[in-house]
Design a protein around this ligand. Structure first.
Ligand code: HEM
Length: 208
């Protein structure tokens, strides 16, 4: 079983890398359409959001299927969200801003969709940097609290998307519904767990 599991993890890793390879190929052969820089910005942003949501889906999936090993994929998928967000930022700096460093702060301050995108990115960096086993151990209980910020990152990314796609809200509704469903599940589970602990250990939990 451990062998099959390792093969599965490698398959997930390769699948998660495919959009990047596809974009690299598209850029090399010139098949990204009339505005390749825009296509790269949109696709890297979309894949970052998708991986963020996929990583958020791992805990519910694990709880509903009982496949506890799935939890080990959560970090990898979360890091892929950060990877695509970093590419997204790189494309923005390289092609849209053309390395005009002086304009970055101006952009962040004056364009709200850049401000929220940047905040979401900073949260992803903080979560990525504290995702190692050592940091989990070192931060103890604070680790869980810090990593709840992943929902804030998803919310900010949705706001970013809402600002960009003001004309057509289909995607915002789709991604927003998935996020709401995942958040709703976690809130429901947290309430259920509190109720369960209160009934089982009223004196010890102090939750009565
Ligand atoms: C690092 C800071 C960020 C900057 C500077 C930034 C900037 C941009 C820009 C310039 C666009 C293209 C807008 C257009 O061509 O009309 C874009 C699109 C997008 N961004 Fe970001 N972004 C950032 C962070 C993020 C993050 C963290 C996510 C997701 C987790 C994200 C998700 C998206 C998505 C999904 C789109 C595509 C919208 C569409 O499909 O049209 N962005 N972003």
């Amino acid at each position: 079983m451990p062998f099959l599991w390792n093969v599965f993890r490698v398959v997930v890793f390769v699948l998660a890398l495919l959009p990047f390879l596809w974009l690299l190929y598209g850029a090399a052969v010139g098949s990204l359409g009339a505005d390749p820089a825009d296509a790269l910005a949109l696709e890297t942003g979309r894949w970052s959001l998708r991986f963020l949501l996929i990583s958020l889906a791992i805990t519910p999936l694990r709880e509903l299927t009982g496949l506890n090993r799935l939890i080990r994929l959560r970090r990898m998928l979360g890091l892929f969200a950060l990877f695509y967000a970093s590419l997204h930022l790189l494309v923005y700096l390289m092609f849209l801003l053309e390395w005009r460093w002086s304009e970055i702060l101006e952009d962040i301050a004056q364009r709200p969709y850049i401000t929220v995108g940047f905040l979401a990115f900073l949260i992803l960096v903080a979560l990525g940097a504290t995702s190692t086993k050592g940091m989990v151990r070192r931060l103890g209980k604070r680790w869980k609290r810090l990593h709840r910020l992943v929902y804030l990152a998803a919310g900010l990314a949705l706001l970013h998307l809402l600002w960009i796609l003001q004309q057509d809200l289909t995607d915002v509704v789709i991604y927003g519904s998935i996020t709401a469903l995942l958040m709703g599940y976690r809130l429901y589970r947290a309430a259920w767990l509190r109720r369960f602990l209160r009934q089982r250990f009223p004196a010890r939990t102090g939750l009565h």
